[in-house]
Design a protein around this ligand. Structure first.
Ligand code: NAD
Length: 352
């Protein structure tokens, strides 16, 4: 066995259908009296309804969360939290909303209680990307790790099938990269492989029957494992590419992950044979990159960067940006090879 280091991340998890009913008790357990509730504009009514039991412990709602946390938005939300005298953040939503909670925690130290309603996995990580001047930079800081996470699969029943599928593949990308990351370790690899298995089993059912609570539970369980994997083991070329495409071209986060993943796996396949064997085993496929691609086809996902707003004349620049200051990666990072990967993802070709 290769030498490794492992650091457990201390987040309390409350999991199960209906568990959002424990929100007020969990806020109390944090010792908080003035919770700032966060949401996206579209989910504000739900956030209000779900936090009604907090009564006077709800100090206010900030409902402007968007993808990739623009630094100006982070500053505005921090100002709002200070003005309210908030002593905790309750983030109800996907990675965008949870990211905003982390942005507040980064400078104030306020505890974050996250109630995820997508499969992004952000709630289990001390990592956050911030965008400024058209570039996304990723920061890691223990203050951003949510103190408590309530996983209630019932809150995901309304997540549209296409968003569910893309978000689930975002989670799967965390698991895949955790298996070959520079700081991979045996414990996280167990979780990552199980995360892939759970997501691959659940997502086709979720897409067919979005109201299937068992499948929703299994998908959310996979997302939880994926979040731990991302937070504990690192990221590699796949995440670097998605951060570049999202930060500079504002491509939709989860869909970008889904499209790039089979190609990033293909890029690394021969350099990370053990990790790829585990991915393939968890997918029940012969080969990891094509297994990922085939699962995405089955889920009815968009398969081409061209279909989600990537301009053809941006591919060269994307290859350039993604190969500057690369994350550690099993296969050597070469600009021409990364350009070819992006071309394949742009066209949606099945990995050879
Ligand atoms: P999102 O949070 O932007 O949500 C996508 C859309 O779905 C939003 O309009 C949201 O309001 C809506 N939505 C959320 N839950 C819903 C539900 N249950 N029913 C109906 N609609 C719902 O998308 P996301 O993919 O979860 O998050 C993307 C962001 O998260 C990006 O900014 C990304 O960088 C970040 N992220 C961070 C990490 C990390 O560890 N830091 C990990 C993954 C993603």
């Amino acid at each position: 066995m290769k030498p490794f280091t492992y650091t457990g991340l201390p987040t309390r998890v409350v999991f199960g259908a209906g568990s959002v009913s424990q929100l007020a008790a969990e806020v109390d357990a944090l010792g908080a009296r003035r919770a700032l509730v966060l949401s996206t504009p579209g989910r504000a009514a739900d956030a209000r309804r779900l936090t009604a039991p907090l009564g006077a412990r709800c100090a206010g709602l900030y409902d402007k969360a968007v993808m990739h946390v623009p630094v100006e938005l982070a500053e505005d939300a921090r100002r709002f939290a200070r003005e309210l005298g908030a002593d905790c953040c309750v983030a109800i939503g996907g990675g965008s909303t949870i990211g905003l909670g982390k942005a507040i925690a980064l400078t104030s130290g306020l505890p974050v209680l996250a109630v995820p309603t997508t499969y992004s996995g952000s709630e289990m990580t001390p990592i956050q990307g911030f965008t400024e001047g058209g570039l996304k930079r990723t920061q890691r800081d223990p203050r951003m790790l949510p103190k408590t996470v309530i996983y209630d699969p019932a809150l995901t029943l309304g997540l549209p099938p296409a968003t569910s599928a893309a978000s689930g593949m975002n989670a799967m990308a965390h698991c895949v990269e955790a298996l070959y990351a520079q700081d991979a370790n045996p414990v996280i690899s167990l979780m990552a492989e199980e995360g892939i298995r759970a997501l691959a089993a659940a997502l086709p059912i979720v897409v067919k029957d979005p109201a299937d609570i068992e499948a929703r539970s299994e998908a959310l369980y996979g997302a939880w494992l994926a979040g731990i994997a991302l937070g504990s083991a690192g990221m590699a070329l796949h995440h670097k590419l998605c951060h570049t495409l999202g930060g500079t071209w504002n491509l939709p986060h989860a869909e970008t992950h889904a499209i790039v993943l089979p190609h990033a796996a293909r890029y690394n396949r021969d350099a990370a044979p053990e990790a790829m064997a585990r991915v393939a085993r968890a997918l029940g496929a012969q080969d990891a990159p094509s297994g990922l691609y085939d699962l995405e086809m089955k889920l009815g996902l968009k398969m081409r960067l061209a279909d989600i707003g990537m301009p053809a004349d941006g591919l060269e620049r994307a290859a350039e940006l993604a190969t500057q200051l690369p994350y550690p990666n099993p296969a050597p990072i070469e600009q021409a090879a990364v350009r070819a990967l992006l071309q394949a993802a742009y066209a949606g070709r099945r990995p050879a």
